[in-house]
Design a protein around this ligand. Structure first.
Ligand SMILES: [Zn+2]
Length: 225
């Protein structure tokens, strides 16, 4: 299984793909242009078994209509909740997050990769995931660097993960089973990437830490235990 960053961040939009060895592709959010998605998956649109959308904000949902128009199943738990969906060989359970609109993270199980947790756009996470293999998590801002503009500050503070909260989430879900931590949806102005990487590595155990940039590919195969 290979996870690829197609697009990340509020400005460019968020879209990631999980591509299995059998050829199935699952999209995580679709907040960039449809053309950008096509390029990101090398035009293998017929291999896409579905798209999971966390919430209605455009930087996560921009291409929903384009995907639906060509018949791709799009799971939007914020519109129509189901506790579990099957997309190809991916079994998906949504879980509720804390944002300024209804927003969901996803717990994904698949044979090659084991389990993946994807969460973004939340103030904190009230759930724990035992023995999860891969975590894709927002590390949006560092409160020490946050803008003094209170309007921006208030919205960011109430709706996105702060670096220390991301660290606590990782510590709460740390185990020998965790192989990858992928940091996504960073704010360009409110985060020092070097500080973030150093601080996350302090709590990452044996897991590989990757910082999402467009085009990044991460091997997400299951670890033999
Ligand atoms: Zn949002």
């Amino acid at each position: 299984m290979v996870m690829k960053v197609i697009s990340t961040g509020s400005q460019d939009g968020n879209c990631y793909s999980l591509c299995s060895e059998s050829g199935e592709i699952l999209l995580l959010d679709c907040g960039c242009s449809y053309k950008g998605i096509l390029r990101g998956i090398k035009y293998r649109i017929s291999d896409v078994v579905g798209c999971l959308v966390s919430h209605e904000h455009k930087d996560h949902s921009k291409s929903v209509k384009d995907l639906e128009r060509i018949g791709i199943p799009v799971f939007k738990p914020y519109e129509s909740f189901k506790s579990a969906v099957q997309m190809g060989n991916f079994t998906v359970n949504p879980f509720e997050l804390v944002h300024d609109v209804p927003c969901y993270g996803f717990y994904i199980a698949q044979t090659e990769s084991g389990t993946i947790v994807y969460l973004t756009d939340t103030e904190f996470c009230r759930f724990r995931f035992r023995k999860v293999n891969h975590i894709m998590v927002e590390a949006n801002y560092d409160k020490r660097l946050i803008s003094d503009d209170f309007a921006v500050r208030d919205r960011v503070l109430q709706s996105h993960l702060e670096l220390q909260t991301t660290k606590h989430f990782l510590q709460a879900n740390m185990s020998n089973h965790l192989r990858n931590i992928v940091l996504i949806h960073m704010s360009q102005n409110n985060m020092d990437y070097d500080v973030m990487e150093r601080e996350i590595r302090e709590v990452s155990g044996r897991a590989v830490v990757s910082i999402a940039v467009p085009g990044l590919e991460v091997n997400m195969n299951r670890v033999p235990f």
